[in-house]
Design a binder for this molecule. Structure first.
Ligand code: FE2
Length: 430
């Protein structure tokens, strides 16, 4: 079974990435940042964990307010570096630990944390600033990651208590992963800082040190602080230290502190801490029981004929073709698709199998491949095929045979809007 070997908590200010990219190791103003991170960096090199859970917040780079989530877990197999306005940092993409991330996702939902899940997104300095100082990364990264973003920018945000509870659920999920691997948890953010409004530049070193002591010895006490109290003590943006509470909740009650440092060069109190886990094995292996709890809601669904659950695994495996079909909601893409599908297929880098499924309008084959039905009805609307045609084809029936099973046998419909309805003849568009 997987085990958590320790946790690192650190700031994620862009200053850190800037210091790495401009080789400021020997500059007196910047050297303390590198010195602060060095023990954690050396520990990762020595312990070589098989996966890093990276807890951070996006800074309205890849996650905008058109859809903002409290807890979003990355389930992808790779993550690129985001462009935050001045071009991407010169860093290679980092691999994700897909199987563990999807197991954690299922585990957290089973524990009543209704997570959101993401893939195909680039990640910003919240993750790559600390990662780039913690790990060598000339052409690739040494450890696959599981990114967990916390929406700390648009109130209401999760409380410190909620984050601590999420950490406990995270521990349970990781410790029930059936592979014998070591996992470390990196929490980022803070410490005290404020970048917005007339209080910009606010720091509270005394509180930062008090926080570090409580965080190590009595994290439960911190869960009683409200977001407003945390903002008063550590600045509006400093309240992002609630993300540290997830890491602390995932570690054992007793931890061995190997390192702690604090440096305030400019706007943010930059802290690094390194704890080794001191979990004591239970006399019984609880992994199988927890995995059964995680699988409880879907147990047996595979035995229902004609049901194809769209799981996290299916979603990742078929992301490219689902994304291609989803793009049909854009008028220019669907026009291009109708006039020159082969070029569209090539540009989207679809596989031969995926191209073939779409060319043949193999509705049931698409479902079996992992395309969700709601992409089929979009494709149907674009090419002039009704939902009823698609339902019949998936059942292996003619439209007439299927229509006879309906109470209103003449009803035909689709999601085609104005453009689609004008041209719709309930047959294939040429
Ligand atoms: Fe931040």
């Amino acid at each position: 079974m997987a085990r958590i070997i320790g946790g690192i908590a650190c700031s994620h200010t862009p200053t850190i990435g800037f210091a790495v990219d401009t080789d400021k190791q020997n500059d007196p103003s910047w050297a303390p940042i590198f010195e602060g991170f060095e023990p954690a960096r050396a520990w990762l090199k020595e312990k070589k964990p098989d996966a890093l859970v990276m807890i951070f917040n996006d800074h309205v780079t890849s996650f905008f307010f058109d859809h903002y989530s409290a807890f979003a877990l990355g389930i992808d197999n790779q993550y690129k570096v985001a462009d935050e306005g001045g071009g991407e940092r010169n860093l290679p993409p980092v691999n994700g630990h897909g199987p563990l991330s999807r197991h954690i996702g299922a585990g957290l939902v089973a524990d009543e944390f209704d997570m959101s899940f993401f893939q195909g997104k680039a990640l910003d300095h919240g993750l790559f600033s600390p990662l780039s100082i913690l790990c060598d990364h000339d052409t690739s990264w040494p450890i696959p990651i599981i990114p967990l973003t916390v929406g700390v920018l648009q109130f209401p945000i999760p409380s410190a208590a909620r984050c601590y509870k999420l950490g406990k659920a995270l521990r349970k999920a990781i410790e029930s992963f059936p592979e014998d691997i070591n996992v470390a948890i990196v929490a980022t953010g803070g410490l005290s800082h404020q970048v917005s409004g007339a209080r910009a530049g606010f720091n509270n070193t005394e509180w930062d040190h008090q926080f570090l002591t409580l965080f190590e010895k009595d994290p439960e006490a911190l869960t009683r602080l409200t977001i407003a109290e945390l903002a008063e003590l550590g600045g509006t943006e400093g309240a992002e230290i609630i993300m540290w509470m997830i890491m602390r909740g995932a570690l054992s009650a007793n931890v061995k502190k190997l390192h702690q440092s604090y440096y305030l060069p400019s706007m943010t109190g930059i802290a690094t801490v390194l704890y080794e886990n001191e979990a004591i094995d239970l006399p019984f292996d609880k992994g199988e029981q927890i995995r059964a709890e995680i699988n409880h809601q879907l147990a047996g669904i595979e035995n229902i004929k004609g049901v194809h659950p769209f799981t996290l695994d299916a979603s990742v495996a078929s992301f490219r073709i689902n994304q291609f079909l989803h793009k049909l909601v854009e008028p220019t893409h669907r026009q291009k698709f109708l006039s020159d599908p082969e070029t569209c297929f090539t540009e989207a880098e679809l596989t031969d199998e995926e191209k073939d499924l779409i060319r043949r309008r193999d509705w049931d084959g698409l479902i079996r491949y992992g395309v969700i039905f709601f992409m089929l009805e979009k494709l149907g609307a674009v090419v002039g095929v009704s939902n009823l045609h698609i339902y019949a084809a998936m059942r292996g029936q003619t439209l007439e045979e299927f229509q006879k099973t309906r109470n209103a046998p003449n009803a035909l419909y689709s999601v085609a809007g104005k453009q689609g309805l004008d041209a719709l003849k309930w047959g294939e568009k040429k």
